[in-house]
Design a protein around this ligand. Structure first.
Ligand code: UDP
Ligand code: MG
Length: 139
């Protein structure tokens, strides 16, 4: 495997519940280096743009509402096989199907309010890192 970068976000439910520290600790324990990290809050337009791939799905408007309800923490992570590795640490989209020990199994309430985002491929990782971070943040 090769060293990769990926994008992750602690979603508004987990930030509000005070779970961000525990989630970051899980990332570090899984061997991720935190290259950049920031707390921010999405506008409606930003949430719509970030999740544009899902705009035709029935859950889109609910997802945008959820993602704009409070602060999020965005981060750039680096590790060997970071993209697939992060998806493993996150667990399945629906926490009912998530494996023991994953972030979503531990903390997520349901398929919508599921605590964490992680890029799903090299192209989306690049685009999502660019969405939130400047070149200089990632050096
Ligand atoms: N989502 C939802 N209902 C669904 C599927 C997804 O509300 O039936 C939300 C959920 O917050 C999920 C996000 O939309 O994390 C993006 O969906 P995707 O299928 O990309 O899941 P992920 O990559 O986050 O596991
Ligand atoms: Mg996804």
């Amino acid at each position: 495997m090769s060293v990769e970068r990926t994008f992750s976000m602690v979603k508004p439910d987990a930030v509000a519940a005070g779970q961000a520290g525990a989630i970051l600790a899980m990332m570090e324990k899984a061997g991720f280096k935190i290259l950049a990290l920031r707390m921010t809050r999405l506008t409606e337009a930003q949430a719509q743009a970030f999740y544009a791939v899902h705009r035709e799905r029935p859950f889109f408007s609910g997802l945008v509402k959820f993602m704009t309800e409070g602060p999020i923490i965005v981060m750039a992570l680096e590790r060997d096989g970071a993209i697939a590795g992060l998806r493993e640490v996150m667990g399945s989209t629906n926490p009912a199907n998530a494996a023991e020990g994953t972030v979503r199994k531990r903390f997520a309430a349901n398929i919508e309010r599921n605590c964490i985002h992680g890029s799903d491929a090299p192209e989306t990782a690049e685009a999502e890192l660019r969405f939130f971070f400047n070149t200089a943040d990632l050096l």
